[in-house]
Design a protein around this ligand. Structure first.
Ligand SMILES: Nc1ncnc2c1ncn2[C@@H]1O[C@H](COP(=O)(O)OP(=O)(O)OP(=O)(O)O)[C@@H](O)[C@H]1O
Ligand SMILES: [Mg+2]
Length: 351
């Protein structure tokens, strides 16, 4: 069943700022979709449109096959829940406990049922210790968890999550990814707007990239999107960086894992200049994670490495070393054959 059928929608704020332009996509029941794009590309606005907080100026949104033009029924409000990017927008009661009871109290639940629901959410998110705290004096990450708790408290069928991992510590981020996958297994439909490129393959079946012109730049499987460096560069989601390797310099692009990538590359080079603290970070990665990064690097730079072999072959030829010239040339010529093998290994390790 199709939950959302979004057809050519556009939205401009009252100040004349265009936020969404001619966007179309569909989301099936039980699917997990991620929306990525730079600051201001229109991710939050798109979620507001899906949640009925605002209506498109043109185009249409069908929800559960029904046109949403005439507003959202209360039944629909119970089925779709939005986690705001800024948790302040979500929390307004005196205690965390009250926040978690509020949603269920709007449903047809008796008092023990409401309390049970709130207790379950406290346990699920590991925030029992925050129960009696005022939502306003929580830390950013704590507030984000409570806000997510209020979304989950009504047990919605569809979750719209706006930057859910922002402000969460690394452990909580991993727990969040696990939680999303539990929700997916439970049949929930999840749409997540995020800058966190590191999680899209873990939490979604499909990814939409919004361009800086507020249009859909690309749509596809998250792993294919992550490999489409040109599109990510075009969307300004990654940046080019110059690296000085032990014996040559070349340029390549970075995902959010900047530091780790350096670490892994340094670890395998003989340069011996890896700093202690980054070395520690490298040890915290599992071997599988390291291999995944290495395979990505090898696959990404295979062609450049081949060029380097040829350059050095040429140098050898010029200085009269014919044997080395022949060997390096043979290595360069065989490098192309490795391309497919790196890809194959990367896919297996990435599973
Ligand atoms: N309330 C508002 N009034 C006027 N313009 C707005 C409003 N909210 C957002 N905008 C503008 O609409 C565009 C899209 O904003 P939106 O918040 O949807 O982007 P986003 O992709 O979620 O960005 P971020 O990654 O920073 O969260 C931006 O140019 C923004 O300046
Ligand atoms: Mg946003």
């Amino acid at each position: 069943m199709e939950i959302f059928d979004v057809e050519k929608i556009s939205y401009t704020y009252k100040n004349g700022k265009k936020a969404v332009d001619d966007v179309s996509f569909r989301v099936k029941e039980g699917e997990s979709l991620t929306i990525i794009g730079t600051n201001g590309s229109g991710k939050s606005t798109l979620l507001y449109l899906l949640n009925g907080l605002i209506t498109p100026e043109s185009g249409s949104i069908k929800i559960y096959g029904r046109d949403s033009e005439n507003g959202f029924s209360s039944e629909l409000r119970q089925r779709i829940s939005l986690l705001f990017q800024n948790p302040h927008a979500q929390l307004f009661l005196l205690s965390v406990w009250d926040e978690l009871c509020f949603g269920p109290s709007q449903l047809e639940l008796d008092k023990p049922g409401i309390r049970k629901r709130a207790e379950d959410i406290l346990g699920l998110l590991g925030i029992e210790h925050l129960r009696d705290r005022g939502p306003w004096d929580l830390s950013g990450g704590e507030m984000k968890k409570v806000a997510l708790g209020t979304c989950l408290s009504i047990n919605p069928d569809v979750l719209l999550l706006d930057e859910p991992t922002t402000g969460l510590d690394p452990k909580s981020q991993v727990e969040f990814v696990d939680l999303i996958n539990e929700l997916r297994h439970a049949g929930k439909t999840v749409i997540t707007a995020t800058h966190d490129l590191g999680i899209i393959e873990d939490i979604s079946d499909r990814t939409i990239v919004l361009g800086e012109d507020h249009r859909v730049l690309l749509e596809g499987k998250p792993w294919d999107i992550m490999e489409n460096t040109n599109a990510l560069l075009h969307a300004n989601l990654i940046h080019k960086h110059v690296h000085r390797h032990t014996w040559y310099v070349h340029e390549h692009s970075h995902f959010g894992t900047h530091e780790h990538e350096h670490v892994v590359l340094n670890e395998v080079s003989d340069a011996g200049y890896t700093k202690n603290e980054t070395r520690e970070a490298a040890f915290m990665m599992t071997d599988m994670e390291k291999l995944k990064k290495l395979l990505t690097h090898w696959a990404e730079h295979n062609e450049e490495h081949a060029k380097t072999y040829l350059e050095w072959a040429e140098k050898a030829r010029e200085s009269g070393d014919k044997e080395i010239y022949n060997i390096l040339k043979e290595i360069a010529e065989n490098t192309k054959r490795l391309d497919g093998l790196f890809e194959k290994a990367r896919k297996i390790v990435g599973k």
